[in-house]
Design a protein around this ligand. Structure first.
Ligand SMILES: [Zn+2]
Length: 480
């Protein structure tokens, strides 16, 4: 069966006033839909005859035919909205003058390219020519992508390297979007996400101040970690830097935090523990930025009503200082694993290669640390240290014992277990590992502008705020 070419869309001929109804969709769309359906029915015969084909080719052809129908419908909807947009400046709201019509703009939608003829007018206050339909349609200057494509590009680039993201997006939605273009658009969306993050975080802090201090029984638990990624700073200058005695340092910290409450933990059907509500923060902009963003996440999870907060870290100096500065009343905990590593280091110094003695020594200490108290573990270590002759072994043991002493107030694991609180930082470590799968691939170099933008997109996705960034109401079949 031969399918007739699509009807030509008539150019816009009107610039309607505010509130005027859009022109009804032409009947030709229904005709096109019928043609598509007939073509699919007709192709069934060919599909059945091609016994060496599985369902795949039929699916691809059906998607292609349907896509063209949807593209036409989207183009008409966009044109109707462009025609119905009132001639007012989208920035200052003043009426536009010298209005004219027929200004073409092409953009990529989920269903392919569409072209609209938009009206345009001059804003005397802004002293700029304005096409009011563009913001009404969600078309941001200068990019040529519909809101749904903007969302898809942002999501794909925050999950995969841009070359892969470009290919995946093309498979899912058709239309070409080369990696470099996708990269540029994703970063633009990420920068928009950063601006929105700032707007959202400020009210969170302001609202918390107004909250009545009704204590809730589950303090927020904040887990902190950091990982590094490589940026392209001083690119091409490695040799000259080295000649001047400077080693180029391209690895930079991504400060990471996770916040959740004890009552937001649950189990999957298979019995695996999960956190059902949590907030993740990544930032390359330093500890102050981490503090502000994490504070806003904690406020969203009841920090304003909590008597205290529990901060779990790996013993790094910055975490202790940071917690003291931000939440002086916070309870701090040293992750159980690094605490055990201090014991391991002492054991290695004492027992050397004797693994049997080492294990026999370590096992009861670890059990004691978990079930009793840090003091009970540290005291015998200090006694052992006092009996060691001066030398490298004593130095190594002294160093580890000093670390344990410094953190002993953060090592009440027995109380933590009784309260059902986590001993370690599994959630934030998992978060860091997942982010590194995207941001720390071989051969990847970033710029701080680019990595912060994509990291911000990732937090919107993880923290269930994607819909605030891309507010397309979810389709509900029950309401249609
Ligand atoms: Zn204006």
């Amino acid at each position: 069966m031969t399918i007739a070419p699509p009807p030509v869309v008539p150019p816009s001929t009107r610039f309607l006033r505010s509130g005027a109804p859009a022109a009804p969709l032409p009947e030709a769309l229904a005709v096109r839909a019928a043609r598509t359906a007939v073509a699919r029915e007709a192709s069934l015969t060919g599909f059945l005859a091609a016994t060496d084909h599985n369902l795949g080719p039929f699916e691809i052809q059906a998607a292609h035919d349907g896509q063209e129908l949807l593209r036409t419908a989207t183009q008409r909807a966009a044109q109707a909205r462009a025609d119905a947009t009132p001639p007012r400046c989208p920035v200052c709201g003043r009426p536009l003058s010298q209005c004219s019509r027929g200004h073409a703009r092409t953009c990529l939608t989920r269903f392919g390219d569409i072209t609209m003829a938009r009206p345009r007018g001059y804003c005397k206050r802004c002293r700029k020519w304005r096409p009011p339909a563009d913001p009404a349609l969600g078309l941001e200057a200068p990019a040529g992508y519909s809101p749904a494509v903007q969302a898809l590009v942002a999501l794909a680039a925050s999950k995969w390297p841009v070359a892969e993201a470009s290919g995946v997006r093309e498979q899912l939605a058709g239309g070409r979007l080369p990696p470099a273009t996708l990269d540029r658009e994703a970063k633009r969306q990420g920068q928009r996400a950063q601006r929105l993050r700032t707007q959202l975080d400020q009210p969170a802090a302001a609202e918390a101040k107004q909250l009545e201090r009704v204590l809730q029984p589950y303090p927020p638990i904040i887990q902190l970690d950091a990982w590094n990624l490589r940026e392209r700073d001083a690119w091409g200058q490695s040799a000259s830097l080295r000649r001047r005695g400077q080693e180029p340092d391209r690895w930079h910290w991504v400060w990471t935090g996770t916040v959740f409450r004890l009552d937001h933990r649950g189990e999957t059907a298979g019995g695996r523990p999960v956190i059902v509500q949590r907030g993740d923060v990544f930032t390359r902009q330093g500890l102050d930025a981490l503090r502000e963003q994490l504070h806003a996440e904690a406020l969203r999870r009841g920090l304003g009503q909590a008597a205290s907060v529990l901060v779990i870290g790996d013993g790094a100096v910055w975490i202790g200082r940071w917690a003291d500065d931000r939440w002086p009343l916070a309870q701090q905990r040293l992750d159980f694993y690094p605490a055990v590593q201090h014991l391991v280091a002492v054991g290695r110094a004492l027992w050397g290669e004797d693994k049997v003695q080492f294990k026999a020594w370590l096992k009861p200490l670890v059990r004691q640390l978990k079930n009793e108290s840090a003091v009970k573990v540290i005291r015998p270590l200090e006694e052992a240290l006092a009996n060691l002759p001066v030398g490298p072994v004593a130095e190594a043991v002294a160093q580890e014992v000093a670390c344990l002493r410094e953190h002993q107030d953060r090592m009440d694991y027995r109380a933590a277990r009784r309260a059902g609180e986590p001993l370690g930082r599994g959630p934030v470590e998992a978060t860091c590992r997942q982010a590194q799968c995207r941001f720390k691939r071989p051969g990847q170099f970033w710029s701080q502008t680019g990595d912060e933008a994509l990291l911000c997109l990732e937090t919107f996705w993880r923290n269930d705020r994607w819909a605030l960034l891309f507010p397309h109401p979810a389709f509900d079949p029950a309401k249609n």
